[in-house]
Design a protein around this ligand. Structure first.
Ligand code: XIL
Length: 654
């Protein structure tokens, strides 16, 4: 059966992957959303916009973490994919499809035939030309992603009804009559026999004149054998209007026809300003939508029309309204987020404890403190932290602290005393590991000194390579003498936690084991003989160099489509042909005389004369030995009649 095929298995696969990252504990706000939706057999998606995806790390992070489905907000519409007749541009759509592919999401194509966001050259055609144009557009756009399993379906026609159930007097209808609908579906099925083909509209959530017209049309098209598989209820709701109380019955009547239903563009707007009370009502609307979909097997899932109020079509379309989404402008979840999570949840309960941490080792043992380090535990849902247990002189162990890293410094110890330390790990579901073996520590004799050294200053990094850097600083001073320095490291240009990565008895330290192309921050602090610790130094920041020079790669072009005056190479497959991981790649090739590059995607491209140089971008550079990426491609214009193709492809690292 068609519906048990690729869409469903991809959703299940995504569910398993996310289960490995975070768990939902029962009876509290669960998340990420895909973790709680997938076990219920529903997708949870978001519309994605290409510019936010390219420019905002937070946008990418939240989208990748929460959703297992996406619908491109604008990138696959006619004005984006065929802005001029026969000039196709798939870069934006490809960008979203690559992101989806990398993050276990499916993509629903949106939208092929619509009265809006369609260029004038289409609108002015006579009936014969318009029908041929529509069929050619569908063939090209659906065909572009037909062999990509990430793209599972399409909105074939969008918003074809008036509120009273008559056909919208669009240029499509006015020129072609209602026959354009069946023709569009047939063209889409011919271009991708596996894709789920939908009709999509707004204000069809309730049983009303408009949804009944849609119901009658779907029923009649199916009885004529027109390939229509699904119905999208946009669900652009607003709290100043009553919730569509017959939503569940409406989904059910379409399901009874044998078609699938998706909530395709959900948002719940409100009149300005946003208030806590309105947010609570909004949350209830979200709950109701999830519950209605959960109640009907043939409701496949829910796509929210964006996720952060920072990027939403609402303020631009309804000038007195706002705030229809589940995250606020600063990416904090709103009550609506919890509403969705709780309506799907609780997720699966994890009972597997983390592995036992390694036996701690003790360092920097002074009269009053000791630092412990241990080998981290592993866990199926993720270790969230460690408990540190201590026994004095062979007595019972009790907990003296917690750590979210695999290191801990215990202070306030008594001089000349023997202690034992053990650690145990906890996971996100609250499971606890067995305790580690103990380490025995005897503090040194106390000297009575309590004055800390001065903070080290002038910390600077030099000689940064791909995997290391050299730190040097100005010495601290101390009344009883500085005995050494702790070296602290955090990843990233901000945030993260500084953890100790080594000690030094001089004013320099060589850091090793860093990752290529990564930003780190370092600090140092001084210790004296009595165990007093200084404040930390200034922070030194570095970014390690990109990539090794040992790897090798190959570049293999695929001609996706060509016409008289141009062609598309997609993908230009890059394969790591070496036995070590490559962090990045650079491909060069030569365009024949007279050919000019008119577009490219998923690489940073420079052109010099006829030589094109394409460098990998953040997400497609790192390739394991033997691995390939098929994300990069480009489009070229050429003189009419010239059939040459680019030559001299070569690939190098980094
Ligand atoms: C909207 C987008 O969100 C906007 O960015 C764009 O400017 C206009 O279109 N119904 C649909 C969607 O089917 O394609 C619309 O998306 C919202 C209404």
């Amino acid at each position: 059966m068609r519906w048990s095929s690729k869409a469903v298995s991809l959703i299940c696969a995504a569910g398993l992957v996310v289960f490995g990252v975070v768990v939902a504990t029962p009876a509290q706000a669960a998340g990420p959303l895909k973790t709680v939706a997938a076990p219920r057999g529903k997708f949870i998606g978001t519309a994605l916009a290409t510019d936010s995806l390219a420019n905002e790390a937070m946008y990418r992070t939240v989208a990748a973490r929460e959703f297992n489905q996406t619908t491109p907000e604008n990138a696959m519409k006619w004005d984006a994919t065929e802005p001029q007749d026969n000039q196709f541009s798939f870069a934006g759509g490809d960008q979203i499809v690559s992101f989806a592919q990398q993050n276990g999401m499916t993509v629903h194509g949106h939208t092929l035939v619509w009265h809006s966001q369609t260029p004038g050259y289409v609108q002015g055609m006579n009936a014969t030309n318009m029908r041929a144009e529509m069929q050619a557009h569908i063939a090209a756009v659906v065909g572009h992603w037909a062999n990509n399993p990430t793209v599972t379906g399409w909105d074939v026609v969008n918003e074809i009804f008036n509120e009273d159930g008559t056909f919208r007097q669009s240029f499509w209808f006015n020129t072609l009559g209602q026959s354009f609908v069946a023709d569009a579906f047939r063209a889409a099925r011919a271009a991708d026999p596996d894709a789920k083909l939908c009709i999509n509209d707004f204000n069809v959530e309730d049983i009303n004149a408009k949804s009944t017209a849609m119901f009658n049309l779907v029923s009649s098209l199916r009885s004529q054998g027109v390939p229509i598989d699904c119905v999208g209820f946009q669900a652009h709701l607003a709290i100043q209007f009553a919730f569509p109380s017959t939503l569940q019955q409406n989904i059910q009547r379409f399901a009874n026809l044998g078609v699938h239903v998706r909530i395709s563009e959900l948002d719940v707007r409100m009149l300005n300003p946003e208030t806590a009370a309105k947010d609570a009502t909004q949350a209830q609307y979200y709950t109701n939508v999830v519950n209605a979909c959960l109640a009907v097997t043939n409701c496949d899932g829910i796509t929210i029309w964006g996720f952060t109020d920072l990027h939403s079509w609402i303020p631009g379309t309804f000038s007195d309204q706002c705030c229809g989404l589940i995250y606020n402008n600063s990416y904090s979840p709103k009550p609506a987020y919890d509403a969705v999570a709780n309506a799907f949840g609780p997720g699966p309960t994890d009972t597997t404890p983390p592995s036992t941490p390694g036996t701690p080792t003790a360092s920097n043992v002074t009269a009053t403190s000791a630092t412990l380090n241990w080998t981290a535990s592993t866990d199926n849902v993720g270790v969230t932290g460690y408990d540190i247990l201590r026994s004095t002189g062979g007595g019972a162990f009790s907990q003296v602290g917690t750590s979210t890293t695999n290191s801990f410094t215990n202070t306030g110890l008594t001089a000349s005393t023997t202690y034992q330390f053990e650690v145990r790990a906890r996971d996100a579901a609250g499971n606890m590991s067995a305790v580690s073996s103990p380490v025995t520590v005897t503090t040194s004799a106390g000297g009575g000194d309590t004055q800390a050294p001065t903070a080290p200053s002038g910390l600077a990094a030099s000689g940064t390579t791909q995997t290391g850097t050299s730190l040097a600083w100005t010495a601290s001073t101390d009344n009883v003498g500085v005995t050494g320095y702790d070296i602290l490291q955090a990843q990233g240009a901000s945030g993260g936690t500084f953890t100790q990565v080594g000690t030094s008895t001089t004013t320099s330290f060589a850091v090793t084991g860093l990752t290529a192309n990564t930003t780190y921050r370092f600090q140092v602090r001084a210790r004296d003989a009595a165990g007093n610790v200084s404040a930390v130094s200034n922070t030194a920041q570095i970014t390690t160099q990109g990539g090794g020079t040992t790897g090798a790669c190959s570049a293999t072009p695929t001609v996706q489509t060509q016409w008289g005056t141009g062609y598309v190479i997609n993908p230009l497959t890059i394969t790591n042909t070496s036995t070590s991981t490559i962090p990045s790649w650079t491909v060069t090739f030569t365009l024949p005389a007279g050919h000019t590059l008119s577009g490219s995607w998923n690489a940073t491209v420079t052109v010099s004369g006829q030589t094109v140089t394409a460098k990998s971008v953040s997400f497609n550079g790192n390739l394991a030995p033997g691995a390939s990426t098929g994300t990069f491609g480009f489009q070229v214009n050429r003189p009419n009649g010239n059939t040459q193709m680019p030559t001299s492809y070569s690939c190098a690292t980094p």
